[in-house]
Write a protein that binds this ligand. Structure first.
Ligand code: F6R
Length: 261
């Protein structure tokens, strides 16, 4: 794992966007894993700007989102499909047929989950998986006790996650209590992970995820097992990390990061 501490949320989102842009320029048919949530809103805005101003080309890119609520049709304004259309897909030149999210209204949800895994495999696996972290330590919707080898499946959401996300619903009680999520194993299979975390409300959980013991009680700790995982945090989210000086030293002294300083 490497941890990069940026001054504020804007700088953290800018660096994340720059890394995604680099990956896409290097491999135009990049298979990109995507996340939703408040942390990603600005990042997607920057990616859309890069498309509009710098011609960043998404025409051959393929995307797979981490999760979707069960029971919300794609057209529902609170579905993650609607979120993705609004914040990213409608603002870049991606082919909508290349954008994939789990189907939360499938007649047979388990078969839909198996199909999702198969479609990822058919595309050669995920090159770069973007992640946020929930207050419960989830990645995707892998709530506590998610198996480290879990695959895409239905998952009941914890009260903590419901409290985190319900305010986004006009009627908070309408928030679904279950979701389909890629598994921890699915995420660990991606070739590269970038986790973006901002804000002081995430400082405790990010410290546990990065520096704590690996445990299925905090799914994000599984990223310690990944060979190529970059955690990009702002100073507020980094506040409880004990090795901040070391992480800053590495970022300052590694030649690989030269273009981003
Ligand atoms: C959503 C997802 C979640 C979020 C996490 C943080 O697709 O994967 O793991 O990344 O809940 O959400 P925000 O950014 O709203 O704090």
């Amino acid at each position: 794992m490497e941890v990069i501490i940026q001054k504020n949320a804007e700088a953290a989102a800018q660096l994340t966007a720059a890394l995604i842009g680099d990956a896409l320029r290097l491999k135009p048919n990049l298979v990109l894993g995507l996340a939703t949530g408040r942390t990603m809103e600005r990042l997607y805005g920057i990616l859309a700007e890069k498309h509009q101003r710098e011609g960043l080309d998404f025409s051959l890119a393929v995307t797979f989102n981490l999760d979707e609520y069960i029971g919300l049709p794609a057209a529902d304004p609170n579905s993650y499909r609607s979120y993705m259309n609004h914040y990213l897909f409608n603002n870049i030149n991606i082919d909508p047929r290349n954008t994939h999210l789990p189907n939360g209204t499938a007649h047979d949800l388990d078969a839909g989950c198996r199909d999702y895994e198969e479609t990822i495999r058919d595309h050669g696996g995920i090159d770069l998986q973007l992640l946020g972290i929930g207050v419960t330590g989830h990645i995707g919707f892998n709530e506590p006790l998610s198996a480290m080898r879990s695959r895409t499946r239905c998952k009941a959401l914890t009260p903590g996650t419901i409290a985190q996300n319900a305010p986004q619903f006009e009627k908070p009680e309408d928030m679904p209590k279950r979701a389909i999520t890629m598994g921890v194993g699915t995420i660990l299979d991606s070739r590269r992970c970038i986790m973006l975390v901002t804000g002081e409300s995430k400082a405790d959980i990010v410290a546990k995820a990065v520096e704590g013991p690996i445990t299925s009680m905090i799914s994000a700790t599984a990223l310690q097992l990944h060979e190529r995982c970059t955690v990009i945090v702002d100073e507020d989210a980094a506040a409880k990390l004990t090795q901040q000086d070391y992480y800053r030293w590495i970022f300052q002294n590694e030649p690989e990061w030269e273009p981003y300083r």
